[in-house]
Design a protein around this ligand. Structure first.
Ligand SMILES: Cc1ncc(COP(=O)(O)O)c(C=O)c1O
Length: 396
């Protein structure tokens, strides 16, 4: 066991190593895990826990961010505008601002009429939704289990002014869009969809989402959180940014944290009609909220198609491996459209999660979603997946 792993979790690791060393199997596994060096984690830690990109950031992003650090004494205003401009191009939206920075007033006017809003990760934008739509109180329709940050934030800030209507997933772990539509009342402010969903990894088709959008009164905002959409492979599942750009009441959030491998840099964006964007903007940090290296990294990453393809390939390979191999352990992985897999353990997962943790392999227990009979396993690089399966094989 190496020193950095010891340092990481102190006594827990030491106890784990002692326990594990009671079997030859475990010794082999510990050695296997200990030799793994993941990106951004201490050697010996296999972090398949937070649905991150195990490859790290794109080399181009890394270079751009490093260069931007040298301009860390300057506010990153123009670079931030550059990123907005780049996103406009990506989505085929004309940017009506001047090409240079001589006319700042005209640039700001162009930004003020952009349907794209940057955030410190998509978290800032989801929080802005919670604030802007929770202030007046009302009902939020959300899926359970799901990524419920908007509801959590709103409840924390506005208490009983907010009623969260939690709609269970269907039997095949998808959002029950029909039940969500039926749950709408005159008090409903938001209907929230995470596509693909977290923690289940399942996804709705564009047709299902469009039908849900069609059913909603325009005064209700449909939020579509697409943090993981780049990993979707099923036909019919795709990003709904076109809907966000053509309907008055659809908001799509995207992030640089997942396929772009920039979770630590904190960049995300939202697309919606102007009135929705204008409603959210006062609740965000605005143009000086973005940090320069993060903006530079995001800009470079958007141009690195090779890296994005490789990131998807690594995720799909690990996902296929989890689907193929987990049943032999008596576990049931749910078909995923994401960079993680939701797995039915059929009994409380505490023992499994702790056993893996003792060997340096970190996965998410379902307790976080009040579903202790499940775990969520994120994708890793091939060596990390190998160490994960070796850890699964040990009895320690
Ligand atoms: C569904 C979903 N949305 C949003 C986020 C937050 O991402 P960001 O890093 O962009 O704030 C996460 C993070 O894991 C997520 O799972």
């Amino acid at each position: 066991m190496n020193v950095s792993r010891r340092a990481l979790l102190g006594g827990m690791w030491t106890a784990g190593a002692m326990l594990a060393s009671s079997s030859v199997w475990a010794e082999e596994v510990i050695t296997r895990t200990a030799s793994v060096q993941g990106v951004g984690v201490p050697k010996g830690v296999v972090q398949i826990l937070y649905n991150e990109n195990p490859l790290g950031p794109s080399p181009k992003a890394l270079k751009a961010a490093t260069t931007a650090l040298g301009a860390g004494n300057r506010y990153p205003l123009l670079d931030t505008i550059g990123l907005v401009r780049q996103l406009h191009k990506l989505y085929g939206i004309p940017f009506n601002g001047p090409d240079n920075a001589n006319d700042l007033k005209a640039l700001f006017e162009a930004l003020g009429s952009s349907p794209i809003l940057l955030g410190v990760g998509s978290t800032e934008l989801l929080r802005a939704v919670a604030l802007a739509y929770g202030l007046e109180g009302g009902e939020f329709v959300e899926a359970t289990p799901g990524y419920t940050e908007i509801g959590n934030d709103a409840q924390e800030m506005f208490g009983s002014k907010i009623k969260r209507v939690k709609i269970p997933l269907t039997e095949d772990y998808r959002h029950d869009t029909e039940a969500m539509a039926r749950a709408v009342t005159p008090k409903t402010r938001l209907v929230i969809v995470t596509n693909p969903n977290n923690p289940t990894g399942t996804a709705l088709t564009a047709q299902q989402i469009t039908r849900l959008a069609d059913s909603l009164d325009p005064r209700i905002l449909l939020v579509i959180d697409e943090a993981y959409i780049d990993f979707a492979t099923d036909s019919g599942v795709r990003s709904m940014t076109d809907l966000a750009l053509t309907r008055p009441n659809v908001l799509v959030t995207r992030t640089f944290s997942k396929i772009h491998g920039l979770a630590g840099m904190r960049m995300g964006y939202a697309l919606a009609s102007l009135p929705v964007i204008r409603k959210l903007r006062p609740f965000t940090m605005g143009l000086i909220g973005s940090n320069g290296p993060a903006v530079a990294a995001a800009q470079a990453s958007l141009t690195d198609q090779d890296f994005l393809m490789r990131s998807k390939e690594v995720a799909l390979q690990a996902r296929a491996q989890l689907m193929a191999k987990l049943p032999a352990y008596g576990l049931t992985p749910i078909a995923s459209q994401s960079n993680f897999v939701w797995v039915a353990v059929k009994k409380d997962c505490t023992e499994l999660v702790s056993r893996l943790a003792r060997q340096g392999v970190l996965i998410a227990g379902g307790q976080r979603w009040d579903l202790p009979n499940y775990v969520r396993i994120s994708v890793g690089q091939p060596a990390e997946m190998e160490a994960f399966f070796a850890a699964m094989d040990t009895k320690a």
